[in-house]
Structure formats: C-alpha cells, structure tokens
Design a protein around this ligand. Structure first.
Ligand SMILES: Cc1cc2nc3c(=O)[nH]c(=O)nc-3n(C[C@H](O)[C@H](O)[C@H](O)COP(=O)(O)OP(=O)(O)OC[C@H]3O[C@@H](n4cnc5c(N)ncnc54)[C@H](O)[C@@H]3O)c2cc1C
Length: 303
C-alpha cells in the first residue's frame, strides 16, 4: 500500500477531485490472472482533474501507475507502494462518418460491437481481446491480423511528466508489435478510430469466426493474461515451448496451459511467485534449446 493510505483525511481530498479512493485493494481481484497483493486505487470519474490528482500525489511523494482492465498484468504478491489511477467507465462512444471516438475506459470488445452497430468494421479481430481501449492502445493489442494501431488516427493523452494534455496524431505514435513509445506516465484518454463501411451482419459473422478460433486454441475459461511472451521475429513462442514438452508443467497453483503453451494459467490459487518461476523456467529452456531470449508480453509490476 502507498504512504498515502497511512494519512488521515485522504478519502475526502480524493473525493474533492471527483474521484474514488479505494485503499488496499487486493489486485488479485483487479487482474485477469487473479494474483497480486494490495495497492491503493484512485478511480477517476473526471479525467480533466488528472493534473490536480497527479500534482497532489507528487506533493505527497507517492508514485503512480495507470491501471486499465488488468488483463495483461502480473502483480507482485506483496502488492505495490504506488497508487494506481484507473479511469472510470462513463462516457459513451461517439460517431461521425467513418470515425469513432472511444474513451480509454471503454471495454475493447464492447467498442468493436458499438462500431459494428454503426456498420463500421475493421476491428473484428480484436473483439475477443479482454481489457480496455486504453490498455489496448498502450500494448498495441492485436489478433487475427488486426492491431489497434492500424485503425487509430489520433489520441488524447495526458502527460504525467508535464501535467499537460495533448492531441497526438498517429504518425507520432510508434505502434510496434505489442509495444508503443508512450512513457509510463502517459495516460491515454480517448482514441479516434477510422473504420470501414461494412454491414453489421458481415462484421458479426467475422467476430464469430474469430471467437471460434480463440475458443479452439486458447484456455479462455481459465485465469490468464493471454500470451506471456512475445514471438521472437520469425518464431512462435508457443510452438517452441510446446516442442520442449513444457505443456502441463506446474509450479504451485500455476500451470503452463495444455491447450496453448504460451499461456500460463492460474489453476489453483497460484501466486505471482509461482508464475514467475514458470516464466524463468521457460526462458531458460528456450535459451538453451534455441539460443533465443524470450521477451515478456505480460507487464510485470514488481515492488
Ligand atoms: C484470455 C486473454 C486473451 C488475450 N488475448 C490477447 C490477444 O489476442 N491480443 C493481445 O494483444 N492481447 C491479448 N491479451 C492481453 C490483454 O488483453 C491486452 O494486452 C489488453 O489490451 C490489455 O488491456 P487492459 O486494459 O487490460 O490493460 P492492463 O492490463 O490494465 O494494462 C496493460 C498496460 O497498459 C497500461 N495502460 C492501461 N490503461 C492505460 C491508459 N488509459 N493509458 C495508458 N496506459 C494504459 C498499463 O499501465 C499497463 O502498462 C489477452 C489476455 C487474456 C486474459
């Protein structure tokens, strides 16, 4: 937990910023992996107050990070001393012609469906990616041939370093494979998406196809953070892990999925330490067998 939680009257001050104060939240309840110790969360209902809140945290010497839907996070068992800022869901998406404006807190799958209802396609592959639009933009989430960076035309970003808001054009954001050049204190607030005209029924069918493929190849009924490692250029991390016979390997309550070798699932009250142990094992075995260093796709928040 943060230094702030030890002080009195914090809740009232946070509420005055139009936000909620959720001290000591178990992050196992805020992440799809279901692991992680306590941290204080400030849920923001008015992103325009970000300069005030971050200045307040800075004044108290408390570091902060931004939490989206928690679907790509592995958080330490002992929790975090940082405050986690989370944008509350609230505002709806808006549409003008082929363009959609999505608040960062919007659920990504819901955003794809909202666009479909407007007969706007191009994001079907992303329909089954859990989490928020903001998290997807930070990660440049992608699936079945589409990356979110392909359809983004502009973003509104709050820069924690300067306390300023900026409208950023896509050409100034480097959308790379599961990576962008935002710094950790950049908060994405809205995204302008440019989509293609497409009948709703066609989009819906494409989404169904992607969902069928996902269901057949990924353990989506179990707790995970999706793929743990990025694919090295020209290689598939999952295929290498599978070829090494590591599917089903267990550490405590964590298991390398029998269905998809690049997924580690929390099958039985796993800890972050269990998952990190399996990640170390995979990394060492892949390095020895293939001479390749696997890079984490999951974001690991250690203390
Ligand atoms: C079953 C399953 C399947 C998955 N399949 C895929 C897949 O096919 N393709 C894929 O790419 N990913 C996949 N993932 C991973 C995950 O869903 C994506 O990375 C997702 O985009 C993360 O979004 P989030 O809101 O949950 O972000 P979080 O996990 O909360 O955060 C991830 C990162 O984004 C940052 N962040 C969050 N919100 C913002 C914001 N508003 N501004 C700036 N930074 C922010 C966080 O600080 C953190 O660094 C899968 C995960 C699961 C559990």
């Amino acid at each position: 937990m943060s230094e702030l939680a030890r002080q009195s009257g914090i809740s009232e001050q946070i509420v005055a910023f139009g936000a909620e104060w959720l001290p000591g939240e178990p992050l196992s309840q805020h992440t799809s992996l279901g692991v992680g110790g306590p941290a204080d969360i400030i849920r923001m209902h008015d992103p325009r107050r970000l300069p005030d809140i971050t200045a307040f945290l800075h004044g108290h010497g408390v570091p902060w990070r931004i939490l989206g839907g928690g679907s790509n996070l592995l958080v330490a068992d002992q929790g975090l001393p940082d405050v986690l800022l989370q944008l509350a869901r609230g505002e709806a998406m808006t549409f003008a012609g082929n363009r959609a404006e999505a608040p960062a807190a919007t659920n990504l799958g819901a955003a794809v469906l909202e666009c479909a209802k407007q007969n706007l396609g191009g994001m079907e592959g992303l329909a089954g990616v859990p989490g928020t639009v903001g998290g997807a933009l930070r990660m440049n989430a992608g699936a079945y041939g589409t990356e979110i960076g392909d359809v983004v035309r502009a973003l509104t970003v709050f820069h924690g370093a300067t306390g300023l808001f900026e409208t950023v054009k896509t050409e100034n954001v480097r959308f790379e494979y599961r990576h962008t050049r935002f710094s950790t204190d950049d908060v994405v607030l809205t995204a302008t998406l440019e989509l293609r005209d497409c009948p709703y029924a066609v989009i819906r069918e494409r989404i169904k196809q992607c969902n069928r493929k996902r269901l057949a190849s990924q353990p989506i009924q179990e707790r995970s953070a999706g793929c743990i490692f990025k694919n090295p250029p020209g290689h598939s991390a999952g295929k290498m892990i599978d070829a090494l016979g590591l599917k089903g390997t267990r550490a405590g309550g964590a298991v390398i999925s029998e269905q998809h070798a690049n997924f580690i699932v929390n099958r039985d009250h796993a800890t972050a330490a269990d998952i990190l142990k399996l990640m170390d094992l995979i990394r060492a075995r892949v390095l020895k067998a293939y001479g390749l260093e696997l890079e984490e796709e999951v974001i690991v928040w250690r203390e």
